[in-house]
Ligand binder design. Structure first.
Ligand code: SD4
Length: 339
């Protein structure tokens, strides 16, 4: 369900009126920038906005930051019209949707991840269960699916046998993988800075449409598609995973913030570095979102046009990120909390 701005504001008002107004600013640790309204939620793409709003509602209703991440990401995962997240996403080259997701908790520096997961409605919940119920960080393929089923997560049949046979026959006749374009990949990466100064994040995608069966992108790889460091901040990626994984992209954004860069500048710098090494230069097709412990946030893309969503109790909005190849696309957000 798409939440309109008016509906969102009244939701926020009624929740505050119900006694949750104590959730406001960072109480301890490094304080947020004065005037920053927390929780602050930042995510990729315009479809991140309803996800942010669901995350905020979960937190204002008394949920944890991880509840916010999980319930926020449930929104695009359930949206059958979303062709890049959840079971409505574009299938691989065998006609099968394979999903990747991960989650990270700043407190405890914990992480959980699933990759090449079939038939599970909410991969982000499977990732959270891996983090909370197992001694592992990552489960893949059939093992991940069996684990998710054991955990009682909702599933939908994914009949791979027929799809595989059709794929096997066709494979000899054509190049196996369709080239990635801006149209056959997207991801939700959602980051939250809580009122207590803690940070959590999550990421979920169906990945590169037409990918080879078994291909895993950056999104479930801790440090590539997502990274959270509770002392510094968090970052998440969207775009062509092959161009993020080789550089530990989200980890690098966080490390540059640790060195003092503003989140937006850190995103830009990582894209510059990737583009410099990559023969495709600005054709690398990657974007990052980031927020820091001070409540600053930002995003950048290898090209103009990347949009990201920023939400707090006062406002929920979609901003344009600067593209490294073309920085003159304003208006650009990224200084402090949205006003
Ligand atoms: C992947 N990074 O599987 C994901 C897809 C994506 O924008 O984010 N595309 O490579």
């Amino acid at each position: 369900m798409k939440t309109g701005r008016r509906q969102f504001l009244s939701l926020g008002t009624s929740l505050v009126a119900c006694g949750t107004s104590s959730i406001s600013r960072a109480a301890e640790g490094a304080p947020a920038v004065p005037g920053t309204d927390l929780p602050l939620i930042v995510s990729t793409w315009p479809f991140g906005r309803p996800a942010n709003e669901a995350a905020l509602a979960a937190i204002l209703a008394g949920g944890s930051l991880l509840d916010g991440v999980e319930q926020g990401i449930h929104v695009p995962e359930l949206d059958a019209g979303n062709k890049s997240v959840g079971l409505g996403g574009l299938p691989n080259d065998a006609g099968v949707v394979q999903l990747d997701a991960c989650i990270m908790s700043g407190p405890g520096h914990r992480a959980g991840s699933v990759a090449a997961l079939e038939g599970i409605v909410h991969p982000i919940s499977a990732a959270r269960r891996v983090m909370e119920k197992t001694p592992h960080v990552m489960l893949v393929g059939e093992g991940a699916r069996m684990f998710a089923l054991e955990q009682g997560l909702a599933s939908r049949p994914n009949d791979t046998a027929a799809a595989y046979e059709a794929w096997r026959k066709k494979r000899a006749e054509k190049a196996a993988v369709k080239p990635a374009t801006e149209k056959n990949h997207d991801t939700i990466a959602l980051l939250i800075l809580g009122a207590d100064g803690n940070i959590c994040g999550g990421c979920s995608t169906s990945g590169w449409g037409g990918k080879l069966p078994g291909r895993v992108g950056d999104s479930p790889i801790i440090g590539s598609g997502l990274y959270v460091d509770n002392e510094v901040g968090a970052a998440g990626a969207t775009g062509l995973g092959e161009n993020v994984m080789r550089y530990c992209g989200s980890f690098l954004v966080v490390e540059l913030m640790r060195q003092g860069l503003h989140p937006q500048e850190a995103c830009l710098e990582v894209i510059r570095r990737i583009a410099k090494k990559d023969p495709k230069g600005m054709g690398i097709s990657v974007s990052f979102v980031a927020l820091d412990k001070q409540g600053r946030y930002g995003a950048a893309g290898s090209a103009a046009g990347f949009q990201y969503a920023v939400t707090n109790r006062k406002t929920s909005t979609v901003l344009k990120a600067p593209g490294v190849g073309n920085r003159d696309i304003g208006p650009v957000g990224g200084n402090q909390s949205p006003k």
